[in-house]
Design a protein around this ligand. Sequence first.
Ligand SMILES: Nc1nc2c(c(=O)[nH]1)N[C@H]1C(S)=C(S)[C@@H](COP(=O)(O)OP(=O)(O)OC[C@H]3O[C@@H](n4cnc5c(=O)[nH]c(N)nc54)[C@H](O)[C@@H]3O)O[C@H]1N2
Ligand SMILES: Nc1nc2c(c(=O)[nH]1)N[C@H]1C(S)=C(S)[C@@H](COP(=O)(O)OP(=O)(O)OC[C@H]3O[C@@H](n4cnc5c(=O)[nH]c(N)nc54)[C@H](O)[C@@H]3O)O[C@H]1N2
Ligand SMILES: [Mo]
Length: 751
Amino acid sequence: MKYTAAHWGAYQFGDDGVLRPLQDDPQPSRVGEGWRSASLHAASRVLTPVARKGWLNGDKGGARCNDSFVAISWDKATELAATELQRVHAAHGSQAIFGGSYGWSSAGRFHHAQSQMRRMLALSGGFTSSRETYSHAAAEVLFPHLLGLSNRAFQDDMPAMPLVAEHCDVLLAFGGISSRTAQIASAGTSRHEVGSWLQHLHEKGCRVITISPERGEALGEWWPIRPGTDTALMLALIHETVAEGREDKAFLTRCTSGWDSLRDYVMGMSDGVPKTADWAAAICDLPAPDIRALAKALPGKASLVSLAWGMQRADHGEQPLMAGLALACALGQIGKPGTGFAFGYGSTAPVGRAARLIPWPSLPKVLNPVSDYIPVARIADALLHPGEPYAYNGTTRRYPDLKLVWWCGGNPFHHHQDLTRLEQAWARPETVIVNEHHWTATARRADLVLPATTALERDDLMMNRRDPTLIYMSQNHAPLGQARDDFDIFADIAEALGLRNAFTEGRDAEGWIRRLWTQAEEVAEHAGFSLPDFDAFRSEGRFDVPDANEERTAFADFVKDPERSPLTTESGKLTLTNETIADMGLSDCPGHATWLPPVEGAPLEDGAFHLISGQPSTRLHGQNDTGETSRAAKIRDREVARLHPGAAARLGVVDGDAVKLSNSRGACLCAVALEPAMRADCISLPTGAWYDVQTIDGQRLEVHGNPNVLTRDKGCSALSQGNIAHTCVVRVERWDKPLPPLTVTRQPKID
Ligand SMILES: Nc1nc2c(c(=O)[nH]1)N[C@H]1C(S)=C(S)[C@@H](COP(=O)(O)OP(=O)(O)OC[C@H]3O[C@@H](n4cnc5c(=O)[nH]c(N)nc54)[C@H](O)[C@@H]3O)O[C@H]1N2
Ligand SMILES: Nc1nc2c(c(=O)[nH]1)N[C@H]1C(S)=C(S)[C@@H](COP(=O)(O)OP(=O)(O)OC[C@H]3O[C@@H](n4cnc5c(=O)[nH]c(N)nc54)[C@H](O)[C@@H]3O)O[C@H]1N2
Ligand SMILES: [Mo]
């Protein structure tokens, strides 16, 4: 038996190559079921290096969407990439090269696509990078101000799940807690525990209130809140608590700063609008008596205010984070085991895991000589508006003038919002190079496509700092076509630039993997245990970290003694009004939690729907979309949107019908599955169906069910500039015409 691993789990396989989840994984992922078939799906794999015809003939930009490709040799591809890199460096400077290359790529420690690419680009003179993530940019920018911690550090310290089950009486789960999303862990996971943890919580009698437009798998109460309005509910819970004089005054005084201004706002003293339960009920579409009853039930109880990541991928996404923290502070439960404030339970597998953190080694970084960057979700703005100013975290910056875009291990035509706008932006650079193993929408829009291996086609190491198991990833099947490891691709390009040794440091892939293991052995020694030697580990395939459990409680030391263990915030305390942010004077992100209606959907026009585009249960984003599991879950090849039966009846739609979703930005087709446990004014279309835009009856139409043709490309606020995928309004109508065949699941035209 051999092993391998992915972001969605760890697997064993024998001679037949069939992947079997680890036996001790309590809830193996669905995503993994489609992995091998996607890797072996030759029709959608990039099998040879190709160049875009027009680009080879000197066309820079323009026809990047509909041109055809020419197959070229690896030697030619390497030469073209190296020459183009040199040309752009010389003509426009290193800043003109964009190597942000956001995306999840694959889970192995060595063949990490972005790290490989960035090492090569940094050695060759540097590149403009990107900051933060599509997952939780609002939190990443906000938390250092609010909590004095990075989002990552806070996540590391989050109240451990077993402690929640043991101590918590009431859990407010804003955005829900879901084993759908907990299938995934960046860098890999050996087990999936969120489902059983939720079950355990339920059995222990914890009152779990899922506050979300969709019930999902929630076992307890469900409050079907109107999307984008959580801040109003949180403010009302604070208001009702204060009105009864039951806020934890001692905690607020000892551990927070800026409570008075927030309280004046919540009570209506500063703006004349008391944020009462009745006020919030109208905004959130929830019964005022329920809000008042909950506010009465919370004080004095062991409570936890938990937010899913998705809530802040919304207009003013910073606000529910500020309001959630303020509510948790008013209840005074922060710093105690299993209660307080949390962000991201269930959003991925390791959040809240009671695991020992071990800083396993990764590829050494090369210092990037270019310091310029963009906030990750501002890519289309940067391409469309070079040199123009934009606001970010209290500063005014200017977009760089990007001439060469290199993407490796990510799929902007999956992840970005308003893909029609991204297509316009994508015509601007002179050259786009993409390393990919599948013919994603991004690869189809490149000038030079370099076919990469999948993680199943190579050896690697799974070492996740929050996972109790290490996996030696053995090759599962031979590379398809001419696919090569990103490492080898970049090593050859480095050679053409005279940088081979600097890039490889004289090692091949196995040499690097051995080196990482040697470093891991040192890390383990430091942590008080020993790893087997490399050859033993390679043949064994798996190693379990001893004494892997560690239960954490965020802010415990600080709450015990705020004077002796101050936070690194402006006041040394949790900031409920943050003066630094207030001084930025941003109308879309004031210094304390504020109800700000989103840019669309408040109020919702008659007959319109909120579009929720959360993560798919059968894939990781666009990955494995051509695998068996994702394909089997579609209806007539279309992605399936969930719709309330009442709404469907109004639209004259039955289960399985095709519908067209549209708004001013675009339109897509998808199929419908009826779902009673959701709001009747929402439609829920998962992300990740490969973008397939066609001209139907003279109009551009995405025919596969990709929500990002509808979403809005705007920052959460001038503070974080995170994406606002979840703030989106659409029209829904039945589609009676024939369904056009998909074009994206087969090879593009290659001469
Ligand atoms: N509407 C809407 N949009 C969203 C979201 C949402 O909630 N709603 N969520 C957002 C979020 S949170 C995220 S994180 C993003 C995710 O967006 P991405 O991370 O860009 O999506 P993936 O499909 O995971 O893209 C990874 C790509 O890397 C490729 N790849 C895998 N392994 C390798 C390798 O070894 N080498 C190379 N060269 N390539 C490899 C895969 O084939 C795949 O195409 O999407 C965002 N977009
Ligand atoms: N299977 C699978 N799992 C994944 C991924 C995947 O692609 N596939 N991607 C991974 C990645 S990169 C990330 S970042 C995480 C994301 O994890 P999350 O952000 O937690 O997941 P989402 O599915 O985007 O949304 C979470 C929930 O928020 C609810 N919601 C939407 N809008 C609102 C709102 O305004 N208010 C409230 N209260 N609720 C709202 C949705 O109904 C949904 O139930 O998932 C990870 N896990
Ligand atoms: Mo994400």
